[in-house]
Design a protein around this ligand. Structure first.
Ligand code: NDP
Ligand code: 2IT
Length: 468
């Protein structure tokens, strides 16, 4: 039953390079089982359907992998926790939300992944995000398993006191399932520095322990410099690497960015530093188009608007006298590079075609699964540079990994040290994608590259650890 990892890897690569057709049946069976066993979870099905065909040759080539059920186990979370979160609002009324933690795969390290607070959160969304996280974390080269959690709680319009009481109630159940060596949550949509603070405070109170149980902590109490910037910076570094394969750079390029939260803000900052011009910013109500570019001053306004006042992006249009497109997404604006940094399925087929038609040469995904399968098909068919989220946005969790390292050492690193490590991790992830995703004609399929590059290590660890 024990198969040497290198042997499997070599066969696998031979097959990829040979490019021979392989029977689809086993993978199709697994996809069908996933759909049957997890009904009404379209985002989870979408993620599975995107990943499994990429890794199929690895599976087909190695019968024993089938015998030990690698794929069956790979698509089934190790544990799914769903719990009630009761809290009292400012009017003294009891409110009830649902809390989740999906601990998907721990073969290469403790579970790791963010928490999302958004009204659309459900178990299917949690599973898709946790599944993607397994491969993303593997790509970082750091020892982290895959997980995701969150709640259908909507922080919009809530007071700080309400957010605090919600977080305390959420952690009062979650604390028994996590730990610095078990499962280390962090932020995602709707969970930033404020929420991590309240969650950490409650964990510490319940456990009487000050440990690195969460990442994204404040800098005075165990956080890492550059963690807030890391996802946006990382997605920009990844785009820079992709551009360099075609002797291009950000210098003088027009860039469309969606979202105006954590990832979008720091992607805007880094793109501008590298000589690009970011012309859009958005939220769930619409987007602004600033043809002169969102410079550092204007970005400061967005940061204050979103992080402090918690207002709407429409205010930017009023403040700077630019156009606002209600209920629209930025992809109708002509650009050289697109960076979706808001949410899943925010670029559809028509929008992908529009981007390509307008001359877009690269898409680097700051968000998780922001392009629909049809949109991805357009990007691959047109052979533009397309960096899927699990590779392009891995800088966030990678820097969370660096925060864990600093917590274990009880020694903080400087800004430069963390940024240098982040930059080098993003370059390594790009190199991994090139290694596993290069085709005979020289085209780099980053979807295959990221899926295969992430999977090989996890599969080898699962083989080594037996059927558990
Ligand atoms: P934030 O909560 O800071 O910002 C989210 C932004 O996206 C807001 O502008 C929000 O608008 C917009 N948005 C959210 N949901 C929707 C929606 N359904 N339709 C349109 N716009 C929407 O989250 P982050 O910046 O942290 O996360 C953005 C993306 O990046 C997510 O996909 C996340 O999973 C991914 N990601 C985040 C990482 C991190 O470290 N934070 C790491 C890797 C990936 P509004 O204010 O109106 O809700
Ligand atoms: O999707 C993601 O990678 C994140 N939200 C960050 C996870 C983390 O543990 O830092």
């Amino acid at each position: 039953m024990c198969i040497a990892g290198e042997f499997i890897y070599q066969n696998f690569i031979n097959q990829r390079i040979g490019g021979e057709g392989v029977p689809m049946s086993y993978v199709n069976d697994i996809i069908e089982q996933v759909i049957k066993r997890n009904p009404n979870e379209p985002e989870f099905h979408q993620a599975i359907k995107e990943v499994l065909p990429s890794i199929e040759p690895f599976i087909e080539e190695n019968r024993e992998i089938k015998n030990i059920g690698i794929l069956e186990r790979f698509v089934e979370p190790e544990s799914q926790i769903i719990f009630r979160v009761s809290w009292v609002d400012d009017n003294g009324k009891a409110q009830v939300n649902r809390g989740f933690r999906v601990q998907f795969n721990s073969s290469i390290g403790p579970y790791k992944g963010g928490l999302r607070f958004h009204p659309t959160v459900n178990i299917g969304i949690m599973k898709f995000l946790a599944f993607e996280q397994i491969l993303k974390n593997s790509l970082t080269g750091l020892p982290m398993g895959g997980a995701k959690g969150g709640s259908d709680f909507d922080p919009k319009g809530k007071s700080d006191g309400e957010v605090m009481r919600f977080c305390q109630s959420f952690m009062t159940e979650l604390f028994r399932h996590i730990g610095a060596d078990t499962d280390v949550p962090a932020g995602d949509i709707g969970v930033g520095g404020r929420e991590i603070g309240y969650l950490f405070g409650q964990y510490k109170r319940l456990k009487n322990e000050f440990t690195g149980v969460l990442t994204g902590k404040g800098i005075e109490w165990g956080g890492s410099l550059i963690r807030p910037e890391a996802t946006g910076y990382g997605a920009t570094y990844f785009a820079e690497e992709m551009l360099s394969t075609r002797s291009e750079s950000f210098q003088g390029k027009t860039v469309c960015i969606s979202g105006s939260g954590n990832v979008a803000q720091y992607a805007t900052e880094k793109v501008t530093q590298l000589g690009g011009k970011v012309v859009t910013s958005s939220d769930s109500n619409g987007f602004i188009y600033d043809p002169k570019g969102i410079d550092d001053e204007k970005l400061k306004f967005i940061m204050d608007l979103k992080n402090v006042k918690r207002g709407r992006i429409k205010d930017y249009a009023e403040k700077f006298g630019v156009e606002y497109f209600e209920e629209k997404r930025p992809w109708i604006i002509k650009c050289d590079i697109a960076m979706p940094c808001a949410t899943q399925n925010e670029i559809n087929e028509d929008e992908a075609k529009m981007l390509v038609k307008n001359g877009c040469m690269a898409v680097s995904e700051g968000a998780n699964m922001p392009s629909t399968p049809e949109a991805v098909e357009v990007f691959l068919k047109e052979k533009i540079l397309y960096g899927p989220g699990k590779a392009a946005n891995a800088g966030g969790v990678a820097t969370s990994g660096l925060e864990m390292t600093q917590n274990s050492m009880r020694l903080p690193w400087s800004r430069e040290e963390v940024d240098t490590r982040l930059h080098s991790i993003m370059k390594n992830i790009h190199a991994t994608c090139v290694k596993y995703g290069s085709k005979e004609d020289g085209f780099i399929n980053y979807v295959d590259g990221a899926n295969i590059g992430g999977f090989v290590k996890v599969a080898n660890a699962m083989i080594a650890q037996g059927v558990v």
